[in-house]
Design a protein around this ligand. Structure first.
Ligand SMILES: [Zn+2]
Ligand SMILES: [Zn+2]
Length: 308
């Protein structure tokens, strides 16, 4: 009898481990736009699949949200959608904190991004050179192990669409989108038959809709301006040409037909989250969540929001 109980227990543990292993966990770390907000931090989304912890954009405060989410900092791989400041201003913080105590990352921070990524990473390393020198001496005095490699980046420039990362069954593909002057990518993560698409910043993109088709969950940016305000502001009209309105996002969702659509990178000017939802649902009637910091979605056979 004891033998069968042991076998049963081992089976159940393996089963639950397997179930866990084949789901993807998506956490909105920052749901805000470029402006400062104490409740909506800068753009950053964590995707956990298999053994991989993939961080898409590192906006302001990402490291604080990672800590709140109890995510270890040592094994994160970073993907930048584009190089606007609101998507990278948490990067030096993440990088520099994770090579000192208590993390002591002993390898470079692996990072992928469009042309200009090497300028970003080498610039950060230059800015922090005095800090690294000082800490190296201080740690040596205290007899603490400090890994010089931890204070470096392993940067890969993403030059074109397609698969850019493939490890342990986790695949990340870059998707061309349109957003202002520099190159911008959306990313699609595929793992164990599940998928997640993160739009990054983009105007309505047919290419994104095609490549995202049938994905389980799409995390999409949005910019909504009060109609009167928009008419009177040439600046907002111009900014909106690089972003996606709720109505355009609704058309994308109708095309993609995700199990769950989530708005992040909320740029709302005179529009409440409730009004944003209303405007989107006039065209798209499927599942929609207005993202908030630290919302977590489990992507399994179904997509479920497990907090907030
Ligand atoms: Zn941008
Ligand atoms: Zn942005």
């Amino acid at each position: 009898m004891k033998f069968f109980i042991t076998i049963y227990t081992v089976f159940m543990v393996l089963l639950s481990a397997n179930v866990y292993a084949e789901s993807i966990r998506v956490t909105i770390l920052g749901s805000g736009g470029p402006s400062t907000s104490p409740t909506r931090f800068g753009a950053s989304t964590l995707v956990e699949a298999g053994k991989e912890k993939l961080l898409f954009d590192v906006g302001r405060g990402a490291i604080i949200r990672l800590e709140q989410n109890k995510t270890p900092l040592s094994d994160i791989t970073v993907f930048l959608t584009h190089l606007h400041s609101d998507h990278i201003n948490g990067l030096s913080d993440l990088w520099s904190v994770s090579y000192i105590a208590p993390t002591f990352r002993n390898k470079p921070l692996e990072i992928y991004g469009p042309t200009g990524i090497n300028d970003v990473t080498s610039g950060i390393q230059t800015a922090y050179k005095p800090n690294i020198n000082i800490r190296t001496l201080e740690y040596a005095e205290k007899g603490v192990n400090f890994y010089p490699k931890g204070a470096t980046f392993d940067a890969t420039e993403v030059k074109q669409e397609g698969v850019i990362f493939n490890r342990g069954g986790v695949k990340v593909s870059a998707i061309d989108v349109e957003h202002g002057e520099g190159r911008s990518f959306a990313y699609r993560v595929d793992y164990a038959g599940r998928s997640v698409v993160i739009s990054g910043d983009t105007r309505m993109s047919k290419n994104l809709a095609n490549k995202a088709k049938g994905t389980d969950i799409i995390i999409h940016e949005v910019m909504a301006v009060d109609e009167k305000l928009l008419k009177s502001s040439a600046l907002f009209q111009s900014v909106l040409t690089g972003h996606t309105s709720p109505e355009d996002a609704a058309l994308i969702f109708n095309d993609v037909k995700p199990k769950m659509a989530v708005f992040n990178h909320l740029i709302l000017l005179g529009v409440s989250p409730a009004r944003l939802k209303e405007r989107t649902h006039k065209i798209y009637t499927g599942p929609l969540v207005i993202g908030q910091d630290l919302m977590t979605f489990i992507v399994d056979d179904e997509v479920s929001l497990i907090n907030k």
